[in-house]
Ligand binder design. Sequence first.
Ligand code: PGD
Length: 764
Amino acid sequence: MTTHLTHWGAFEAVSDGRRLTEVRPWSGDPEPMPLIENVASAQHHPTRIDRPHIRRGWLEHGPGAPGRGDEPFVPVSWDRAFELLSGELRRVYDEFGAESVYGGSYGWASAGRFHHAQSQVHRFLNCLGGYVRHVNSYSMGTSTVLLPHILGDLYWMLGNFTAKSVITEHTELIVAFGGLSPKNAAVTPGGVSRHHTRGWLAEARANGCRVVSVTPLRDDTPAEAGAEWLASRPGSDAALMLALAQVLDAEGLADNDFLARYTVGYDRFAAYLRGESDGVVKDPRWAEAITGVPADRIRALAHEMAAARTLVTVSWSLQRARYGEQPVWLGVVLAAMLGQIGLPGGGFGHGYGSTGSVGEPTRRLGVPRLAQGVNPVETFIPVARISDMLLNPGASYDYNGQRLVYPDIRLVYWCGGNPFHHHQDLARLRRAFARPDTIVVHDAFWTASARHADIVLPSTMTIERDDYGAGENDRMFFPMPALTRPHGEARDDYAIFAELSESLGVGKEFTEGRTAEEWLRDLYEQWRADLSARGTTMPSFDEFWAGEGITLPVAEPGQVVFADFRADPDAHPLTTPTGRIEIFSETIDGFGYADCPGHPVWLEPEEWLGGAAAQRFPLQLIANQPRTKLHSQLDVGAHSQSVKVAGREPVRLHPDEASARGLRDGDVVRLFNDRGSCLAGLVVDDAVRPGIAQLSTGAWYDPDPSDPTFCRHGNPNVLTADRPSSTLSQGSTGQLCLVQLEAFTGELPDLAVSAAPETLPVCD
Ligand code: PGD
């Protein structure tokens, strides 16, 4: 048995050299995830890319030829692919410069730190002179921009949020906006060794901790928590939080000493709560009309929060929505009004149910990584502005207090991501992808992004190459020796870039004369030597490679976030402009954005159940993270396929909504709005609130050949809107939009996406 790591857990496997013959969870994992079943079953699936391919029109007519996404591919040899791609890279860099290459290449790629696809592509493009990059993420792009203004750096917090063990011991009440989802906490970039969300919540409950889960989906918090379910309207959390704050303010429950010592701007926010600034008191009755949560329950909850050691935690999904800054900011404000920030088990959390690393003991050490080099190009985009950039070269836009201009992109290089999974309004993205001269994709699979490229290069999966890996803030560092040989002619991204850089005259810069195996050893030994100089001993590379993983030391097993600040805010100020928690931010106010003013507010989104658009599209689509795969990865794998209905992605609907439409479990249905439509397979379930259609992301986009707005498989991003969270953060809003749903009565179309695309005879 050899141990191997994925973003969703470690497993042990036996291989016959070509495929995995046995896979079982890593013995150290108390709550292993069935997602590991996807790996072996996907490895030799017909949708694996077996050799380099070039889109026919591009091959015949050159860069810029129309037909992207509609044409067959021509298989070519690696030599021919390298010749064509290096010629095109040379042309674009020479004629248009590095500012015309988008190498942002967002995406999670796979576990394993040396072969991390983004590190590889960025290093390669930096050797060529740089590229236009992206900033922030689809996961938490809104909070990443907001939080430094009002509380501090999110990435620092993620490694330092109060430990789950401290919550178990001290917390009496967790109010979880967006729930505490074990399926999301099962995943961490780079891997999770020990899953324990259910066990943690069961233990906290046994210790007297109560959970209130504010979410339209009951199973956003596991049964083990014994949570009270407040089934609020999606997108209305800010209103609920304002009403909780209003009760604290009006009924003398706010901790005024804490507010005076540790925060700025409470008065201006309180004037809004009290209706002094706009004539509307944000009381529970006001919030009931918006959220659907009874006013009495809101008032009582505010009292319960003030009487207990309370953790206010907000999931990342809430900020992946229009005006997503507001619930995050209000979570901070509520925790400040309760006066518990910096106390064990109290205060503010963000992402306890969103990723596995939050609340784990803070790890003291990083792991070896390949340097990406220096990118001399300053131009960037907030990651979710990809379509805007490609469609509007030269246009200006605002972001976080800056006025920026979209570059004119000629070549897009994607390695380790699937934009036709992760971006919103896929028909618009298709139009945007039609603009550049050339699109290059490396992937192991014929994802929709590969099918919308011109030059497609097959990469290996992690089980087909030597690597090592550790998840962010995870204590286990695993060797990951290759388990099988590569599928077809697939190559490691490193090997592809090594050869390309050689033919472009920058081979020495990219490889520094090393093979992948030499890099693994040298990076490890350098890391080990650095640690040794600081007094930490690690095994030699050979010992590490022959072993089953090493446990990395943690700095502080029972950390309490912001405890230093609480102890002495002058000696340990926050990194905000004032050093205090900013309930009113002069900086944000100074930007003058109507969609994100100087203190948190309720803003009515364009698409929510209380708005005019709900007359035509009366269901709120929740396009959340899937439970049977990570994003779109290995959608063809056995576990992902096991829940499909007639081959379509499952959509969940409350029994009342199903019967109102004459629908039954197992029916194929059509979801639609003005942007697009998709098929899905109906699952009737009272764990979803009425008024909701819950269709997770991840089904590979399978556009109808005559209508790219129609996905035959069930990708919700044909329905979601390409609108930013706000001008401040320009984050993704993929979580929510309005739709209608009806029975699908036509002949069920075949899925093209479960087979390789049409290919023509080999051309060399
Ligand atoms: P993945 O499916 O993980 O999605 O978007 P992301 O693009 O990260 O894509 C990773 C791709 O990398 C896969 O196609 C995989 O095959 C490929 N890959 C894996 N290993 C390698 C490798 O070694 N080399 C190469 N070349 N390729 C590799 C995720 C994004 O989606 C995220 S993070 C979030 S949080 C968003 N969430 C939502 C949402 O909540 N709602 C909607 N509607 N949309 C979302 N999109 C976002």
